[in-house]
Design a protein around this ligand. Structure first.
Ligand code: AHG
Ligand code: MN
Ligand code: MN
Length: 334
């Protein structure tokens, strides 16, 4: 079988669809290279002294793991000097990171969750990196947080790397979703799945059930009806999976369907859900929609939400379209 590398894929895509200008291609290749470096660090585990906590807190008040910080540094360093970016933003940094003046500035802005699924690092379960690419606004001067406040529908590319039994990169530039597997011996990304499609229907759901006593009624109703199985209103049995790494749960859904939920709940109304809009929900929503699935916050399409702050949280319902429609319907029709 002829192997297609990430570079070849990007070049051919540009020729075919004119959708990946040279600067964007460089950006994607640099991010992919950084993910390769992160994958290497992840794979070393205790041998590389990368496990455990760093004894610091990020802006979300979460204790940072060593790998959260290492991965953030890897992505920052890799992306600073290439001239393809105006600014970056990360889960692990309170404010945006403009490209230092010693480097040329480009027309894109990159957002990332450097290490997703931190609670799984120390137990050797799949984790990942999520990223989102926006265009810098026309005539932008010194970059500010306001320049990032664009709805997810404006993303020009989004992707994630999953560090599991295999390291994979899943990418969209708005023209379908493709999956690359890291050839560890050669150090190259090889196209292994073209045009990923999420089955429209599913019998599998993903939610952290331990929060069920805090859920709002539409989520309780939806999950109860699934749990009732073939003799309940849904008339079929459902299975459940929860990895607690969004990348791993989304990757499973892209591979065989499913519905993923991290709803808002009654615990803290100032904190609508756990996942962050700009570097978790938006890139995943773009990928899922590009693969024929759907992604809402229970009421509206995630990609239509106009952000008001960088680290804003959002309820997330995504995956197989038929199921996302059911749970969204329960929120909107009462
Ligand atoms: P992060 O490690 O970047 O903070 O994100 C973790 C997220 C997401 O990956 C996952 O779906 C969810 O948190 C798991 O949350 P629970 O621990 O509440 O199940
Ligand atoms: Mn995350
Ligand atoms: Mn993270």
């Amino acid at each position: 079988m002829k192997r297609v590398s990430l570079t070849q894929y990007l070049v051919e895509e540009q020729r075919k669809n004119n959708s990946i200008p040279a600067e964007l291609r460089l950006l994607i290749e640099v991010v992919a290279r950084a993910c390769k470096t992160i994958s290497h660090a992840v794979g070393k585990g205790a041998l590389g002294d990368v496990l455990g906590t760093a004894n610091t807190e990020n802006i979300q008040g979460e204790v940072q793991k060593k790998l959260d910080i290492i991965s953030n540094e890897i992505l920052l360093e890799a992306n600073e000097w290439g001239g393809h970016l105006a600014a970056m933003a990360s889960e692990e940094m309170e404010s945006i990171h403009p490209i230092p003046n010693r480097y040329p500035k480009g027309e894109y802005m990159l957002l990332f969750d450097p290490l997703d699924g931190s609670s799984n690092i120390d137990v050797n379960v799949s984790i990942g990196t999520i990223f989102s690419v926006l265009k810098a606004p026309e005539g932008m001067g010194e970059p500010s947080e306001a320049d990032f406040m664009q709805p997810g529908s404006e993303q020009v590319a989004a992707g994630y790397a999953v560090y599991g039994p295999q390291t994979m990169l899943v990418l969209t530039t708005g023209n379908g979703v493709n999956c690359f597997t890291l050839d560890r011996e050669m150090g190259s990304w090889v196209l292994t799945q073209r045009n990923m499609q999420i089955p429209e229907t599913t019998k599998e759901f993903a939610i952290n059930m331990s929060n069920s006593r805090h859920w709002y009624p539409p989520v309780t109703r939806y999950v109860d009806e699934m749990l009732a199985g073939s003799t309940g209103p849904r008339g079929k049995d459902f299975n459940m999976r929860w990895v607690a790494s969004m990348v791993a749960d989304v990757h499973r859904i892209l591979s065989r369907g499913g519905v993923f939920m991290y709803p808002a709940d009654t615990r803290d109304t100032a904190m609508p859900g756990k996942l962050r809009l700009m570097y978790e929900a938006n890139p995943m929503a773009m990928i899922v929609e590009q693969a024929g699935g759907a992604a809402t916050d229970g009421k509206q399409r995630i990609l239509d939400i106009v952000p008001h702050k960088l680290h804003q949280r959002v309820p997330v319902f995504l995956g197989s379209k038929a199921e996302v429609d059911v749970v969204t319907g329960y929120h909107t029709q009462g």
